[in-house]
Design a protein around this ligand. Structure first.
Ligand SMILES: C[C@H](O)[C@@H](O)[C@@H](O)C(=O)CO
Length: 545
């Protein structure tokens, strides 16, 4: 049959070569991050390649290094789609990650891939490959894409090699996740009554989360579909970061100055410098004060119960980083902000929970935490952290939980124990201060709300924060990003590998309770509230339930 239409030919995929795995490397969108991190990525890829060779396999890199750009990362979704056009559909495929990456760069290719998929990261603090892997596994889980995960310092340990062999032989890796159990029926208690009542209230009365530009840094997992979210009683108000910038312009210089002076009076140490490109300046922080005030005013306009600023792409090229504003919003004690007419103090004596990186799993969790902790009379300050890295210290495995810029000051023991440093230039060209510190020792509840099997789930567990000798803290800070806030967390009854195997996010939510008993009770109320919202709850490790 002849036709004048231009009909495209069906694409023919190449055949997979025997005992050959294909590899891809997903990167950041920012050239500065990709070129800086490239040497670490290349070194780890070489290690993976050598290890495969020692097993009689070869590794074929599915895309070239771009000499002009100076790195070999997939740096956009479109590039990822292009790369996957030449990957044999049924070939074993390894996503090698030594750095923070944007999951959506490779999601399209992985969705359509028919062969076994392995995500592998190096156990390294310097560049957050583990954080990248955790986001990708969470994103693939949400997308119902079968895959396996593995991590290792240098692929010489027997545990990792055995797991790699398992994948090469069977196309799958089974990990030990015996620390996870279903919540089941809760016994009657005041905490269960509280959690259940708060869930009913939320579903009956509803809540609004203000989302300043959905979808941060390719974190597909952090977007919860409205149908799923609305069933819990939570609704999104979609806001634009452009409106935030416009509102920042309306904040007077005097208001911004007052807020900064409030922080200085409260004892927050600013690491001031003069070089805008690499150091923290007063102008940068004043811009952050404007953002803090503007966010509260917009939140007030829309009657939100929590707010999230996407912050990185777009906003980071327009103004100083939003981190300082975010940390302040999550704290009870913070510079007072009035409505535009000056008649009302906004969220007086209370935080406006902020979900960093507009992670909507964090939004649900922060809202729940805020309501339970407030009802129980505990400090409701809560934050996410990146699960960045960790090492043994003494008898414990101590995690480096490290959010990329800010925590509520109460987590550090107050403003006078907190400090602000210029955000990392590679990520934040216009600077801005962090709200950093070393999280105080104490008892915490940790959790994560995530999408799996087309439903909302929550993992909850207990941990405590330890104080480490200051040399060890500094070592950990300098082995990662020393500008960012750090928490030395010891999980109860969950090993390093169990957390890595199970956790469905690069983020973990934490909140302090005044004692171990109080934390156990708060966890119980939280589990009951999640369950009452229709979320499937899993208890992880040792809990009192
Ligand atoms: C600045 C970096 O891009 C970080 O934002 C990144 O590692 C994360 O925090 C991911 O949660």
């Amino acid at each position: 049959m002849s036709t004048s239409y231009v009909i495209p030919q069906r694409r023919v995929w190449p055949e997979a070569a025997p005992r050959t795995a294909y590899s891809v490397a997903s990167g950041d969108l920012r050239l500065s991050a990709n070129t800086t991190c490239w040497p670490a990525q290349r070194a780890f890829e070489e290690r993976v390649s050598e290890t495969l060779a020692s097993r009689g396999w070869s590794l074929h890199r599915a895309h070239d290094v771009d000499a002009e750009k100076g790195h070999g990362f997939i740096d956009s979704q479109a590039r990822g789609i292009e790369v996957f056009r030449s990957v044999p559909k049924t070939a074993p495929l390894i996503v090698i990650e030594a750095v923070w990456q944007y999951s959506h760069h490779v999601l399209a290719g992985l969705r359509a891939h028919e062969g076994p998929i392995l995500l592998i990261a190096n156990w390294e603090g310097r560049f957050p490959g583990l954080v990248g892997l955790l986001n990708l596994t969470a994103s693939l889980t949400k997308a119902n894409i079968e895959h396996s995960v593995l991590w290792s310092q240098d692929l010489t340990d027997e545990w990792a090699l055995a797991k790699l062999d398992e994948w090469l032989e069977t196309g799958r890796i089974e990990h030990d996740t015996s620390h996870v159990r279903e919540l089941g029926q809760l016994a009657d208690s005041d905490e269960v009554a509280l959690g259940t009542a708060l869930a009913h209230q939320l579903r009956d009365e509803k809540a609004v989360i203000g989302v300043f530009d959905e979808g941060c840094m390719g974190m597909y997992n952090a977007i919860i579909d409205d149908e799923m979210l609305n069933a819990t009683g939570i609704y999104k108000e979609r806001l634009s970061q452009s409106a935030l910038l416009a509102e920042m312009d309306q904040v007077s210089a005097a208001e911004a100055e007052q807020a900064l002076q409030w922080l200085e009076n409260a004892g927050l140490t600013f690491h001031w410098g003069t070089e805008d490109a690499t150091e923290l300046t007063r102008a940068q922080v004043l811009s952050q004060m404007r953002m803090y005030i503007a966010a509260l005013r917009i939140g007030d306009d829309y009657g939100v119960d929590a707010i999230g600023i996407q912050y990185q792409q777009g906003l980071k090229d327009q103004c100083a980083a939003s981190d300082l504003a975010e940390g302040l919003l999550n704290n009870v004690a913070r510079p007072p902000v009035s409505s535009r007419d000056g008649k009302r103090e906004l969220w007086k004596g209370a935080p406006l929970p902020h979900f960093n990186e507009v992670d909507e799993g964090v939004a649900v969790d922060a809202l729940v935490t805020n309501r339970i902790w407030t009802a129980m009379g505990f400090d409701p300050a809560t934050t996410l952290h990146d699960i960045r890295w960790g090492e043994d210290f003494g008898d414990d495995f101590v995690w480096v939980f490290e959010i990329s810029g800010s925590v509520p000051a109460s987590h550090n023991g107050g403003y006078d124990k907190s400090y602000s440093m210029r955000q990392v230039p590679m990520f934040f060209p216009k600077g801005g201060g962090t709200l950093s510190g070393i999280s105080k020792p104490g008892e915490i509840v940790w959790s994560r709300v995530f999408v799996m099997d087309d439903a909302l789930h929550a993992d909850v567990g207990r941990a405590h924060v330890v104080e480490l000798p200051s040399e060890e803290t500094q070592r950990r800070l300098h082995a990662t990003d020393h500008q960012w806030p750090i928490m030395h967390a010891v999980l109860h009854g969950v090993t390093r590998d169990q957390l890595m195997a199970r956790h469905k996010s690069n983020h973990i939510q934490v909140a302090y309770a005044p004692s171990a008993d109080a934390a156990d009770r708060a966890l119980e109320a939280k589990a009951a509230m999640f369950a009452g919202m229709g979320i499937q709850v899993h208890l992880c490790g040792e809990t009192s339930i």
